[in-house]
Design a protein around this ligand. Sequence first.
Ligand SMILES: Cc1cc2nc3c(=O)[nH]c(=O)nc-3n(C[C@H](O)[C@H](O)[C@H](O)COP(=O)(O)OP(=O)(O)OC[C@H]3O[C@@H](n4cnc5c(N)ncnc54)[C@H](O)[C@@H]3O)c2cc1C
Length: 358
Amino acid sequence: MPTQVRYLTPPNLDAANISKEVLCHRPARSKTPAMNALRLGNQVLVNNYGHSGFGWIMAPGATQFVLSQLQALLPLNSKQLPITIIGAGVMGLTAAYQLIQQGFKNITIVAQAADDLTSHNAVGFFSPSIELGKSWMTPDIEQIIHDSYHFYTQIITGQQPPFAATSAQLLPMYIPKQKKSAILASPHPVTPVTLDFGTGTSHEMVEQNGGIIVHVHLMMEQLRTFLTNHDVRFITETITNLDQITTPVIINCAGLGAAALMHDDGLVPMQGHLVHLTHQPATALEYLIMMDCEKALTGTGFQVKRSLYWAPRKYTAEDDTHNGILGATSIKEADKTNPHLVEFARVVERAQHFFYGK
Ligand SMILES: Cc1cc2nc3c(=O)[nH]c(=O)nc-3n(C[C@H](O)[C@H](O)[C@H](O)COP(=O)(O)OP(=O)(O)OC[C@H]3O[C@@H](n4cnc5c(N)ncnc54)[C@H](O)[C@@H]3O)c2cc1C
């Protein structure tokens, strides 16, 4: 049978359409993320950090997972207990959101910063087949991914108030081939297709019909509003030692900050470069691309994995500017002191090559 052809509109990659270049760092942990609850003297410490490039994918399920461990350590009638959450990224805000859903009433979020975090900068991809490192392929993580996928599909179908149904979108996702060692978040059908961009360039890819793009800015905004409306207190402060916190429950969602706070040598930055595009044709925002392109060494000797991502982007609920996001790189152990700015041009070059054959 001949392969089905998908005629797609390519993004507009003109320099005038580039609105922003974003450098950001994933909290990458060599083993699985730290997701546990343990007694610390007369306190309970819950850890939920180190989700690398899967933070948005895992946030709802991972939070459910660690909070069920917390429940097992708490006395009955504990809903009035003061709880401190460290971190105002997706993990910290989701923890507060789920605690409120469970009836907890006395929650404070302490964070060094609350704006322009890794959580705001992520792409927001949720592929229906997720390839994780071997040490991550545990039954718990598989369940977490299923729970998260369910959560986002509920948002999309309008069944997860207070989140607007437009906070996430179900779109066809094109990948080079179905990954064999992947966790299947959804059993959506997979079809081999030829992508034709009408630019004289075409690609043999696989179409997955369950790709989700989470509009991360919108989600952060709605979480913040929900928490403020439910009397969660926000404090700007850097925690250097857990002794600074005296509440009976501490929930550590410090992302990369957990490396110093927990003396966790296995937690390192994984640098990423993303290019934001504005004023795109509406039809170029109706699909997702996700492929790995090459592994190499940067000029300064860091290992870099270069990928090509393409996805729509919404910054606010009212935003109708037709934005898109292009990316990305993964550079292990590179932090802000090694920004590898040359990678921004490389992101655009890869896209020029893929969409226009240039
Ligand atoms: C280029 C790129 C693309 C990505 N794409 C995706 C994607 O498509 N899908 C996906 O699922 N994930 C993606 N991610 C990963 C995702 O963004 C992260 O896993 C997630 O945002 C981590 O959230 P967090 O809440 O743990 O950390 P953060 O968002 O970093 O928040 C950490 C919080 O802790 C606070 N903090 C840190 N240290 C301290 C301290 N000592 N005291 C007080 N506060 C402290 C910070 O100020 C901040 O408020 C991507 C990441 C990057 C960089």
